[in-house]
Design a protein around this ligand. Structure first.
Ligand code: FMN
Length: 416
C-alpha cells in the first residue's frame, strides 16, 4: 500500500546527512534539469498533474506559469513549512529525514521559475526541524551544491534562507506568510480578481508547500509519465498521508492517491486500538468537514472522491475519533484553537469564532438550548465566503459538519 517517492530515503540511517543523501540518489535530477529549458521543466510538472500538498490541492505547474516573463526584477520561491494545522505533521518528516530532497526540489523549482532566492518559512517552535534544515543547507553550501553555481558547475545561482515564523497558524496562509516574511503582521491579503503570481516586496514570487517542492525532483528525473503511473487520472502521484488518534500505528505513510480511507486506517494505521470503536474521522487536518464511520467506509483518498463525499482531502492528515469521545468536546477543542488563531482582521471570523466558542462552553455547562445550535449554524453561515481568506469558511466546514452530523450528542446536554 505504501508507495515511496518523497519518503524513499526516510528509513535509511542518517538519511538527513549529505553523504548518505548523495549515496542514495539525492541531487541525481540536477544533471537532467540543466539539459532542460526552464519552461520545459514547468511544462513537465504541468503534464505530471502534480497538485499542491499544502491543503488546497491546486495544480502546481499552472501556478508556476503565472510568473511574469523574466525582467530586471528579482524573483522568489517561497516554501511554506509553517505546518500548524492540527493533525498535520508530514512536512516535519521531510525536514527530519530528508532535508536534501527539499533542497533538490528548490533547485529544480528555482530553475523552472527562474528565481535565484528561496525562502523557507517554518514555524519558530520547530527548533529541532529548523536545526536539521539549517545543517543540511550549510552542508549544501559547503559542498557547492547551492550558492553562486549549482553543483559547482551549472551557472545558476540559488540562495536559500530559512525564516522562523512567530508561531501563528494564519501565517501558513500564503499571503499572510508573505506579509510576515516582509516583517509585518501576518494578515492575509485581498485576493486579486484574476489569476496572478504572489508578490514579495512587490517582486514576483511563487509559494509552494514543502512536500510539493520535494515531489519535483522525481518528475524532473523520471518525467511526467513516471509520476502519473501512480494515483488517479485527476489526482496523480502520491501524498504523505498522516494518521493520528486511537489507532495502533499512528504516523506518516506515503501512498498513491485513490486508496480507500478504511484500508489506510486498518492496514497502515493497524486498526483501532483494543477496545475502541471508530466514530468519525476528520480527513485532512481540522479544516475539513468531518466524516461519520459510515462515510469513512465509502471514502476514497483523492481530491475528487473526497469532494464527492462532501469533504476535502486537505493536508491528508487524518484525525481518528472513537466512540468514547464526546463530539461536543471535539467541537469545543477545535473552536478554541480557531478562536485563538483567528488573526482578527475580518469581523465575521474574529467575532464568529469567539461566539461559537462561547455557545459551546454554554452547551458543556448545561446552559444552552437547541436554539443555540441553530445560532451556531447561523454564525457558521455568516463566516462562509465573507472574509479575506478561507480560515473562516474552514471553521464553518468543521464546526457545522460536527453539529449537523452529531446533533443528538449536543441535544443530550439540553436534557441534563
Ligand atoms: C489558515 C491557513 C493556513 C495554511 N497553512 C498552510 C501551511 O502550514 N502549509 C502550507 O503549505 N499551506 C498552508 N495553507 C495553504 C497556503 O495558503 C497555500 O495554498 C499553499 O502553501 C500553496 O502551496 P501548494 O500549492 O504547494 O499546496 C494554509 C491556508 C490557510 C487558509
Amino acid at each position: 500500500m505504501v508507495t515511496r517517492i518523497v519518503s524513499k530515503n526516510f528509513d535509511i540511517p542518517n538519511s538527513h546527512k549529505l553523504e548518505v543523501a548523495l549515496a542514495n540518489g539525492r541531487y541525481s535530477s540536477i544533471d537532467k534539469l540543466f539539459t532542460m529549458k526552464p519552461e520545459e521543466v514547468t511544462a513537465e510538472v504541468t503534464k505530471s498533474g502534480l497538485r499542491g500538498k499544502g491543503g488546497g490541492g491546486a495544480a502546481c505547474g499552472p501556478k508556476w506559469e503565472l510568473m511574469p516573463p523574466v525582467d530586471e526584477r528579482p524573483r522568489y520561491l517561497i516554501v511554506n513549512g509553517d505546518e500548524s494545522e492540527p493533525g498535520t505533521f508530514k512536512d516535519r518528516q521531510i525536514f527530519q529525514y530528508d532535508p536534501h530532497i527539499l533542497i533538490e526540489g528548490i533547485i529544480c523549482t528555482c530553475w523552472a521559475i527562474q528565481a535565484n532566492h528561496a525562502y523557507i518559512y517554518i514555524r519558530g517552535e520547530y527548533k529541532f526541524f529548523i536545526d536539521r534544515l539549517n545543517e543540511a543547507i550549510q552542508e549544501a553550501y559547503k559542498a557547492k551544491i547551492i550558492g553562486d553555481k549549482i553543483m559547482d558547475k551549472y551557472d545558476f545561482k540559488v540562495d536559500i534562507t530559512v525564516h522562523r515564523g512567530g508561531g501563528a497558524y494564519i501565517c501558513g496562509e500564503k499571503s499572510a506568510l508573505i506579509e510576515s516574511l516582509e516583517g509585518k503582521r501576518g494578515h492575509p491579503r485581498l485576493k486579486p480578481h484574476g489569476k496572478e503570481c504572489e508578490w514579495f516586496y512587490g517582486d514576483p514570487a511563487t509559494v509552494n508547500n514543502v512536500e510539493t517542492i520535494s515531489s519535483v525532483p522525481n518528475i524532473v528525473e523520471n518525467g511526467a509519465e513516471g509520476y502519473t503511473k501512480y494515483g488517479t487520472e485527476k489526482s496523480p502521484g502520491t501524498m504523505l498521508f498522516a494518521i493520528s488518534g486511537p489507532v495502533k500505528n499512528p504516523g506518516v505513510y506515503e501512498m498513491e492517491y485513490g486508496n480507500k480511507m478504511i484500508d489506510f486506517l486498518n492496514i497502515l494505521g493497524g486498526g483501532m486500538i483494543e477496545g475502541k470503536k471508530l466514530k468519525a474521522i476528520i480527513p485532512g487536518g481540522t479544516s475539513c468537514p468531518i466524516l461519520t464511520a459510515d462515510e469513512v467506509e465509502r471514502a476514497v483518498l483523492d481530491y475528487e472522491s473526497m469532494w464527492d463525499i462532501g469533504s476535502t482531502l486537505g493536508t491528508g492528515g487524518m484525525i481518528v475519533i472513537d466512540e468514547s469521545a464526546s463530539m461536543v468536546d471535539v467541537a469545543k477543542n477545535i473552536i478554541e484553537f480557531y478562536h485563538h488563531e483567528s488573526c482578527g482582521q475580518c469581523t465575521p471570523c474574529r467575532e464568529g469564532c469567539g461566539w461559537i466558542d462561547k455557545i459551546l462552553r454554554d452547551v458543556l455547562d448545561g446552559k444552552a438550548t437547541s436554539d443555540d445550535l441553530q445560532t451556531i449554524l447561523d454564525v457558521c453561515d455568516t463566516m462562509n465566503g465573507k472574509t479575506v481568506c478561507v480560515f473562516a469558511p474552514a471553521v464553518k466546514d468543521i464546526i457545522a459538519s460536527i453539529v449537523i452530523k452529531f446533533r443528538s450528542e449536543f441535544e443530550e446536554y439540553f436534557k441534563k
